[in-house]
Design a protein. Structure first.
Length: 255
């Protein structure tokens, strides 16, 4: 069931989303050659602590997971698409890092992700990240009352496929509110004019995931969480929490 949020609830979700935005900004500023993924997790934890927010990631255990998630960020490096567990791995020159973060404040959740390069960027990585951000922008632009979920999915997929990138099947965005994951699912590829109509009060996490090689295949790593590209190619992941309003899409996690 899809819950429609009131204007007051959306304002509260914006407050949670801004905690996420600050955490991601702090992680982006801290990400450098020699910095460990665990150190980046601690940077995000400190932002959440200062805001009086909790993490919807920490201790989260969906049905597929063998263990609860142990961190407040997902840190996915190079061929890791999503759900990377922060470790002692220290970032290297040229790494591509995707960071996903959430926050719960006063009972409302926010969720967002970004991808960045460490040190000297590879031109191919910059193109991949730029395309992911364009796909996210296209999905947000389609998130207007009167459209349908399929319009968002089509807008995202058109940008990704048009640039020759792969899309991991079975993973995408979702509704969000009191819980991090709510109905409906928001795929990264689909047919326009199909699926659930968009109505004011719906809040969605829109999150393109791109695979550089153009292939869609991936596998689950041994930790039971991290998804990696099957051919070792690099991946990018970006995300915003977006409210459908009478005035158009409102990005609650804008940085």
């Amino acid at each position: 069931m899809v819950e429609l949020k009131t204007d007051t609830s959306i304002d509260a979700m914006h407050a949670a989303g801004q905690v996420v935005a600050r955490a991601l900004t702090a992680v982006r500023q801290a990400a450098d050659v020699g910095v460990s993924l665990l150190e980046l997790d601690e940077v995000a934890r400190e932002v959440l602590r200062e805001a009086g927010a909790s993490s919807p990631f920490l201790g989260y255990r969906p049905s597929f997971a063998p263990t609860p998630f142990p961190a407040v960020i997902c840190a996915s490096v190079n061929d890791a698409i999503v759900h990377g567990i922060p470790t002692r791995y220290r970032l290297r020159d040229g790494d591509l890092l995707s960071v996903d973060c959430g926050a719960v404040l006063d009972g409302w959740a926010g969720d967002s992700a970004l991808s960045l390069t460490v040190g000297r960027p590879r031109p191919a990585d910059r193109r991949l990240i730029d395309t992911a951000e364009r796909a996210l922008a296209a999905g947000i632009a389609a998130a207007v009352a009167g459209n349908r979920i399929g319009d968002i999915a089509h807008a995202v997929g058109k940008v990704c496929r048009g640039a020759g990138y792969g899309i991991p099947q079975g993973f995408g965005g979702h509704g969000i509110g009191r819980r991090m994951h709510e109905d409906p699912d928001v795929p990264n590829e689909g047919r326009p004019g199909r699926a659930l109509p968009l109505r004011p009060g719906m809040v969605l996490a829109i999150e393109p995931m791109l695979i550089a090689s153009g292939k869609d295949t991936y596998y689950e790593a041994g930790d039971g969480w991290t998804l990696r590209t099957s051919d070792g190619s690099r991946a990018a992941h970006v995300e915003h929490t977006v409210a459908i309003t009478e005035e158009g899409p409102r990005i609650l996690t804008a940085r």
